[in-house]
Structure formats: C-alpha cells, structure tokens
Design a protein around this ligand. Structure first.
Ligand code: AP5
Ligand code: MG
Length: 234
C-alpha cells in the first residue's frame, strides 16, 4: 500500500507467434521502464550452451520446432520468478499451452502475485519469415538484431560486449513452419482463455490487450501508452 492506494505491479505476459517481436518489445520495456523480463527460449538456450541433460532435450525440441513439456518449462520459469516476487516482471514466450497457463496460475495464486497484463502481438505472418532469416542473436544475453531493422553497430558483433553474433538453429524456413503450426494448435487456444479475464486492479478493463501492427515501431508507441496508463507508478 502506498498513500492508501494499492501499488500496481506490472506482471505481464508477452504473447504472439514466433518472430512477432516479443523479445524486441520486452527489451524496450526493460530499457524504458526498468522492468526485467524472462524469455523462456533463452532459459532453454542457456542449458544447450552449458551442455546439461535438459539442454540435450531442448536442443532436439527446438531444432524440430516442437514445444518442451509443460512441467519442465514451469520449473525453469518458477526458479526465476521466485527471486522476483517483490518486483515487476514480464514473461516472454511462457506460457504457451493451456497446461502451462494453468500451472502458472496455480504458482502465482500461491505467491499472491496475480497477472496484471497480457499483451498479444498480432503481426501479419507474411512479414515474419523474412525477419527471422535476417535475425542475429547474441546468445549469452539473448539480445536480438536484424540486418535491416536494427543492425549491430559493427557487423557481426554485439553492441555491448563486442562478442560474435550467431544465427539460431531454429531460424530456417522448415523449422519456422513447424513453430508457426505449434503456435496455431497449442498457443492460440490458450490466448482465448486469457481473453475472458479482467485486470486485477480494475474490473472494467480486460486483462488481455491485442496490439496489431506490421512492425515493432508501429506497436511500441501504443504499448508504451498502455503501460503508462495502467501502471502510473512505473
Ligand atoms: P523462443 O526463443 O521464445 O522463440 P519464439 O517464440 O519462436 O519467438 P522468437 O524469439 O523467434 O521471436 P520473437 O517474438 O521474440 O521476435 P523477435 O523480437 O526476436 O522459443 C524457441 C523455442 O524454445 C520454441 O520453438 C520451443 O521449442 C521452445 N520453447 C520456448 N518457450 C517454450 C514454452 N513455454 N513451452 C515449450 N517450449 C518452449 O523479432 C524477430 C526478428 O524480427 C528479429 O530479428 C528482430 O530484430 C526483428 N524485428 C523486430 N521488430 C521488427 C520490426 N519492427 N521490423 C523489422 N524487423 C523487426
Ligand atoms: Mg524471442
């Protein structure tokens, strides 16, 4: 409580199809509002880089464009969320099935930490494959570049560390098609479930807000305004 009013915490899900800009926009929110984000795919890529048992399984799934088991993903995310109980946060790419949404809601209920916003990115699929093929990633941090949209200052190198950029093993047309299929069959039904929910801070507002646009530059001003209106303390 602050000044007699409940402090509004941003506990947000960033959902949208592969390549829709979840990572790019989460990083912008972090930069502008200082809110940390957790990217489910980056947690898996950490295990792949470190050669763990989980990493071997994750590598197979990611290369095949398949999703990892719900309980595995919940455990990975819960470890991170545990340290962030008293803060604002964004989850990028988790949950992405109805089972994961159920597990997350149980976890957050037990921690008295309700979700306060779900942003659903709606970007035409026709725009996305090209972006994915031009994406370069700094694997240790998950920072993302694009040869035409946001190129690194020095070609092939991360702006902050100067380390080399790489392409992701799932950024090819065949795997991309499978990732899109998994989104339609497993993630879209989950998004429908969130549509029925209301904001915990204002019953008159929906929990989920659609953000449409062909580029993150079109979406960003709308997203920025939404966060300022709903979370004035940030
Ligand atoms: P994950 O790493 O989360 O991949 P994804 O969901 O497929 O999403 P991407 O990271 O590809 O795209 P994005 O929406 O973040 O877009 P970005 O900002 O990079 O997951 C990978 C895999 O891990 C999954 O396939 C699955 O196997 C597994 N996994 C992960 N989470 C899981 C879960 N919960 N359960 C089970 N399995 C799970 O943007 C894309 C590109 O576009 C970039 O190059 C960017 O620079 C560029 N771009 C952004 N904005 C613009 C713009 N305005 N104009 C032009 N280009 C732009
Ligand atoms: Mg991403």
């Amino acid at each position: 409580m602050r000044g007699g009013t409940v402090q509004r915490r941003l506990r947000m899900l960033m959902v949208g199809c592969p390549g829709s800009g979840k990572g790019t926009l989460s990083a912008r929110i972090e930069k502008h509002f200082g809110v940390h984000f957790i990217t489910a795919g980056d947690l898996l890529r950490w295990h792949i880089r470190h050669g763990t048992e989980l990493g071997k399984q994750a590598s197979e799934s990611i290369r095949a464009g398949r999703l990892m088991p719900d309980t595995t993903m919940m455990q990975l995310v819960a470890e991170k969320l545990h340290d962030m109980r008293e803060t604002d946060w964004i989850l990028d790419g988790f949950p992405r099935t109805e089972g994961q949404a159920q597990l997350l809601s149980e976890e957050l209920y037990a921690a008295h930490c309700p979700l306060s916003l779900v942003v659903n990115l709606k970007v035409p699929e026709s725009a996305i494959l090209q972006r994915i093929l031009q994406r370069w990633t700094h694997m240790p941090s998950g920072r993302v570049y694009n040869l035409s949209f946001n190129p690194p200052k020095t070609p092939g190198l991360d702006d902050l560390t100067g380390e080399p950029l790489e392409t992701r093993e799932d950024d090819n047309p065949d795997t991309f098609k499978k990732r899109i299929d998994a989104f339609h069959t497993q993630t879209e039904p989950m998004i429908q479930h969130f549509r029925a929910l209301r904001s915990p801070y204002d019953e008159s507002l929906p929990l989920l807000v659609d953000m449409a646009g062909s580029t993150s530059n079109e979406i960003w001003p709308k997203l920025h305004q939404l966060i300022r209106e709903r979370f004035p303390d940030l």
